[in-house]
Design a protein around this ligand. Sequence first.
Ligand code: NAD
Length: 498
Amino acid sequence: MNDPLQAQLPRRDLPILVGGEWRRGRGHAYQSLYPADLSVSAELHAASAEDANEAVESAQHAFATTDWARRRPHERARVLYRIAEGIRARREELAQWQRRDNGKPINETRALVDSAAGTFQYFGAACETLEDSLTPQRGEQITMSVHEPMGVVAAITPWNSPIASEAQKMAPALAAGNAVVVKPAEITPIAALELARICEEAGVPGGIISVLPGKGSVVGDVLVKHPLVRRVSFTGGTSTGRGIAHAAADKMMPVSLELGGKSPTMVFADCDIDHAVAGVLFGIFSSSGESCIAGSRLFVERSIQARFMERLVAATRQLRVGDPVSERTQMGPLVSSAHRDSIERYVARGLADGGRLVTGGARPEGEGRERGCYYLPTIIEGLANSSAIVQEEIFGPVLVVLPFDNEEDLLAQANDSVYALAAGIWTSDYKRAWRVARAVHAGTVWINTYKQFSISTPFGGWRDSGIGREKGRLGILEYMEQKSLYWGMNTAPLPWAA
Ligand code: NAD
């Protein structure tokens, strides 16, 4: 299909935003490629370490000298509402650029744009309704707990959900009155830059936001270690997150880390099979499996395994893998050839470990898909829970299936993972759902549904899946320092000095 953005492609010399100035990055020149056919979406220069230092210093200057942090909450909220409206006004254009960024199908990128708008609206409301508290009086003082913005916040995001990931960090950080330096993944620079333009147009003062596409090991590293950066909010892989946690410890800096996952989906014999098949498919294969919360380990009660798998495999083979421009496409390409190579290595390893390929395991052919980074939805059975592809995050459209005999056996397997991000339960027995939901190790559990989100509900992982929570009303407090105030009400001098 023709690309609706064809007339604007490629974007040449795409400027980045450093300390209120749109200009060429001082790092290496590179091209951002469209994963569906490897055509060029944008040509730009990455941010350099020097740009990162400058962005942080400008952010600190803007934080200290503009009125952003001192505006009354309802005034900052008004700007966030305008950002939400600005995103909505450019919905289609943003969704199309986001599609070019990482090759997600257009229906999915539209939903991500809607989510970004909703996030700014929500944190506008959180900002204007956030209350400080008068704590119970225990002496001759009135005591209060209040919250202050932190200063410069670094927001580091991965390539799999640009705009939504950035909004999830920028909205609460800005609502709290901070300055934000955003570092999107190098390969998906466009959405974050477009979002920053909308923020500026909505009235965020110059310098409060910078956007620095570039290498994590260069730009990200400067941001994490810079003494003026007071908080890092990171979404990405666990090993990168672990490195950031070490650097944060040296600076005594709070961090939130949204990391990897290998989430179990658990299907009991008494489930509604239509619902469970649809939920399992969506859980693993939407976003081509490039999702931290992908339900990538499927546990099926042995008594229905054959029947369930027959339905699941038939439905998997029906999935429409193709052009992200098409409204009908369910799975687009993977983000890059290198990422597809890594997935292929995982599948080969799973088969070498004794896994049985049930479907997929290959690149699709025809309809021009040879030109892009496509991979078929893949299901592998017959592996032990301990094998590498059952334990490690693949971040692609690969589902491993394991049987279970009872709840105890199931929970032992499901919880035997370094990750604990999400889980899914399919059963008609609400008491069982309650027991399993409480016993499974995960930050989010979906019961008879999967991969549904609400900005009003906290999100985050346990163990190697992360530290801290995003979203929810209190998400704004992640970007504020708490402070206690004691107001002396004494009628006489303090007695000690008497
Ligand atoms: P990644 O860790 O390689 O990169 C994430 C971001 O960190 C990028 O912007 C990258 O440039 C930057 N970075 C890399 N090295 C850095 C360093 N040394 N210092 C500072 N920043 C650095 O991850 P990715 O491959 O872009 O994304 C995929 C991963 O993200 C998967 O593991 C996935 O599970 C995870 N993820 C988690 C969530 C969640 O909410 N838990 C959401 C989406 C993705």
